[in-house]
Design a protein around this ligand. Structure first.
Ligand SMILES: NC(=O)c1ccc[n+]([C@@H]2O[C@H](COP(=O)([O-])OP(=O)(O)OC[C@H]3O[C@@H](n4cnc5c(N)ncnc54)[C@H](OP(=O)(O)O)[C@@H]3O)[C@@H](O)[C@H]2O)c1
Length: 116
């Protein structure tokens, strides 16, 4: 099977991390995204130790639309392909939180960023 290039938002924890582990075992090139760099690098190391496969981490806050746009532009400029985009980044807030751009955080993270 040909190796795929796969981007997983929220790939540093929970469901996204579990998917990343499975896909790297198939030999796919996996890029995981999360906000917390320390958590991201630990997840990257843990996945790479198990599978000895290609996994990289990018720190990105998907609730900030300007960051999502910047990342998308950079990705297009530096990568030749993207086979699959898997969205697992998500949060549950007890109270509404408004981002610096004026969007409610859950809406921004789970819906608006995915559209962008
Ligand atoms: N677990 C369930 O039973 C379940 C059921 C139904 C639906 N879901 C949905 O499935 C998704 C994943 O759930 P999960 O249980 O795997 O959650 P989780 O363990 O809390 O993991 C969430 C992931 O998303 C990342 N993330 C959160 N906000 C982000 C942001 N603004 N930008 C970039 N990355 C962000 C987190 O990393 P950082 O914190 O470092 O950013 C982490 O990697 C969520 O949308 C959740 O609502 C889960």
């Amino acid at each position: 099977m040909t190796s795929k290039t796969i981007l997983i938002t929220g790939g540093t924890d929970g469901i996204g991390k579990a998917i990343a582990e499975q896909l790297t075992q198939r030999g796919d090139k996996v890029i995981i995204i999360g906000r917390n760099p320390q958590k991201g690098y630990l997840a990257q190391q843990a996945i790479a130790e198990v599978t000895e496969a290609s996994v990289s981490f990018i720190a990105l806050d998907m609730s900030v639309m300007s960051e999502v746009k910047r990342f998308a532009s950079e990705y297009l400029a530096t990568h030749s392909k993207l086979d699959y985009l898997i969205h697992c980044a998500g949060v549950i807030m007890q109270q509404p939180v408004i981002t610096s751009e004026g969007f409610e955080m859950v809406l921004a993270t789970q819906y608006l960023s995915r559209y962008l």
